[in-house]
Each structure stands twice: as structure tokens, then as C-alpha cells.
Design a protein around this ligand. Structure first.
Ligand SMILES: [Zn+2]
Length: 371
């Protein structure tokens, strides 16, 4: 294992930060895998999974079982980890400007559509190598304007040419679920099965330029831009939501790390005996099918369903109880699907997020990720 330290923002007289990555295996000997944890710095379960992965990868490397290159960034957001507001960790948005740490990554496809014009042919492998070379160059040319952009560039610089990119997050309260690109649905199914994902949410473009799409979307956009060339889906990019913020347990971290390693073994990156593939908990569904439910007025939130429950359109999901007026409003879903995530707050103001249901049918348009 090799450790690399990346200085982030090193101006005299103001706070400076350092990002650390761990490198296993050897570049060029097989697939490249990039795994990062807690890009939203207050999403802690991912860091414990990364800690477990690091221990296991060190052992597997010592046994000669790593067949490729694996980069692990166990705490991807030192800037966000340092943000505490009146005793409360605040790791989702950059306090300096309010920008979500998982948005606004450089989308290199626009550069590549120009720089690769006339250069791709019928050889998918040669095309993939050239696309990765141009993608690295495009990220290297990202002119950053502040510390957070420098961090984003450093992370993307390590991930942009990966065959597999796993971005480990969690929701406020949730069952385990995944976000990935629609063209990657089949390749992600074994990961969903191994992890016991209750939802796999698919989009070709979710809006806002999150990290996973910065790594994966260029491939299907280039395939569409160059229809006469053989452009493979060169990166399996997945955002893995490891349940809720409070779900920090050794048993869960061991289970999740094992599932991730099993996926890498199935991808030929680790030489491990394969566990039998469990049945999928749920088939992938469109991100455009997710129903967000919001509070219609202020009050105490009382759930009538549990996370992971299958709900039918029209089912009562939660009540909002105003203790002063006595008004009780029952919130019903309009979609049939799985209740997979909710707020961790139990008193809400009008318009605040209550929960999300993974519906089977696409019905929404526009930006799909919310805040
Ligand atoms: Zn997150």
C-alpha cells in the first residue's frame, strides 16, 4: 500500500487542508478502481466502511490478490469535515458559498467532443484509452478558483480514468440504495444484489453535475456524439447510499465492505472465492420515478410506514400533527414503490422534506437530485 498526501489550498495565513489517498496494486495491470468515502463530510457510515476496506485491501495486497489498481480515499472532504456550526458538524455544503460538495464537477465530455473529433475508430479498447487520456487532460486543465474547487479537481483527477468508481455516501435516514447511470443498470445489478440495495435509481443525467456522473456520463455522451465509433461504457460510476447518518455500526461496515470486495472480485480486480449472488431486493427504477413528499404545514412528523416498506399509490405514509391548532394531515403517496429515505427531523416547517418513494414509473422531469 502506498499513501499519497495531496495539499489542498496552501496559502499563507489561512486554513490549509490535506487530502490523503491509499493506493493498492499496480496501475496498468488490470482494471482501475476508485473508491471514496464521505464526500458529504457529515455522512459518517462511509468512513467506517472505508476503514474496514483499507484493512482488508492491505491484507489482500500482501497475499498477492489485487489484480489491477485500487485507489481508496477514506475521508474525501477535509474541508467539510472541518466545518462545525455551533457544535453541529456541517458537511454537505461549502460554508463559504453554499455549494453542495457533490455538485458542480467539471463535465469533461464537452472538451472531449471537440478534442476527439475524427480520432475514434472501430477499436473499442483503443478508443477507451484515448478517451481516458483526453479526460485526464481536461481535468488537469480545470482552472480552480477556491479551495473547494481545488479539492474537487484533486478527487476527480484520481477518478476520471477509473473503470469502476464507487462514491460512498448516506442519506438522512434510509435503507441502503444506489444511484447510477441508466446505461449501467445491468452492470450495477450484481452490486445492488450483494449490498442488499432496496432501490437502484437510474438517470442518464440527474442535473447539478454530481461526482459519479462526472466519471461515467461522458461515456454515453461520447457514444451518442460519435455514433460511427465503438465507444464502450468505460466507467461504472455508482453513488452508494449506506443507509442513514446514524447507522454507524461495526457489523454494518463489515457487511458493506465484504459486499464491495465481492463486487470487485466479480469484476476481476480481486482474487477471492465468490459468494453466491443473493437475489435482488428490488429491480432498478428511474430516478424520474422518485416521489418526494413535503410537509404541507408545520408540525410533528409521525411516520405510519417504515423505511423499506413497499407502498401502494394512495397509502398513508405519515401524519403531520400541529400540537397547537390540532390540525392533523395525513400524507399519502401518489406512486407505488418503496419508501427508501426520510428526514431525521421530527418537527417540520411547511415545505420541508418528509420522505422519498422509489416509484416504478418515470413521471418527473427537470433537476432530479434536490439539494
Ligand atoms: Zn451524500
Amino acid at each position: 500500500m502506498q499513501q499519497q498526501n495531496h495539499p489542498i489550498a496552501t496559502e499563507d495565513n489561512v486554513a490549509s487542508f490535506q487530502l490523503t489517498s491509499f493506493h493498492f496494486g499496480s496501475p496498468g495491470t488490470g482494471k482501475k478502481v476508485y473508491i471514496q468515502a464521505s464526500l458529504h463530510a457529515d455522512e459518517v457510515p462511509a468512513m467506517l466502511v472505508a476503514h474496514t476496506l483499507k484493512r482488508e485491501l492491505e491484507r489482500l495486497e500482501a497475499e498477492g490478490r489485487v489484480q489491477g489498481e485500487i485507489i481508496l480515499v477514506p475521508a474525501a472532504n477535509p474541508i467539510g469535515l472541518s466545518q462545525v456550526v455551533q457544535g453541529i458538524p456541517f458537511g454537505r455544503f461549502d460554508l463559504a458559498n453554499g455549494i453542495n460538495f457533490n455538485r458542480a464537477y467539471k463535465h469533461v465530455a464537452d472538451d472531449l467532443k471537440a478534442s476527439l473529433d475524427g480520432q475514434l475508430g472501430p477499436d473499442a479498447q483503443a478508443n477507451a484509452a484515448l478517451i481516458r487520456e483526453h479526460a485526464r487532460r481536461s481535468v488537469a486543465g480545470w482552472e480552480t478558483e477556491n479551495a473547494t474547487q481545488a479539492l474537487k479537481k484533486t478527487l476527480l483527477g484520481m477518478a476520471i480514468d477509473a473503470d469502476i468508481m464507487l462514491d460512498l455516501h448516506c442519506d438522512n435516514e434510509a435503507v441502503l440504495h444506489l444511484y447510477t447511470g441508466t446505461p449501467l443498470a445491468e452492470q450495477v445489478k450484481p452490486l445492488a444484489a450483494l449490498m442488499g440495495a432496496h432501490a437502484t435509481l437510474l438517470a442518464r443525467e440527474s442535473g447539478g453535475e454530481p461526482f459519479d456522473e462526472a466519471c461515467s456520463r461522458l461515456w454515453w455522451e461520447l457514444a451518442a456524439a460519435f455514433p460511427d465509433a465503438a465507444v464502450p461504457m468505460g466507467c461504472i460510476g455508482v453513488t452508494v447510499e449506506l443507509r442513514g447518518e446514524m447507522d454507524v455500526r461495526y457489523a454494518l461496515a463489515e457487511k458493506d465492505a465484504r459486499a464491495l470486495l465481492q463486487y470487485l472480485a466479480r469484476q476481476g480486480v480481486l482474487d477471492l472465492p465468490l459468494d453466491p449472488l443473493p437475489a435482488l431486493v428490488a429491480e432498478p427504477t428511474p430516478l424520474e420515478g422518485v416521489e418526494p413528499i413535503a410537509a404541507p404545514h408545520s408540525g410533528v412528523l409521525v411516520f405510519l410506514k417504515n423505511l423499506g416498506d413497499r407502498v401502494q399509490a394512495g397509502d398513508a405514509v405519515a401524519d403531520i400533527v400541529n400540537p397547537v391548532s390540532g390540525q392533523v394531515t395525513t400524507l399519502r403517496c401518489t406512486q407505488t414503490g418503496i419508501l427508501f429515505a426520510s428526514t431525521a427531523h421530527r418537527h417540520l416547517l411547511r415545505g420541508m422534506h418528509v420522505c422519498k418513494i422509489a416509484g416504478q414509473e418515470a413521471w418527473r422531469t427537470g433537476s432530479l437530485l434536490g439539494q
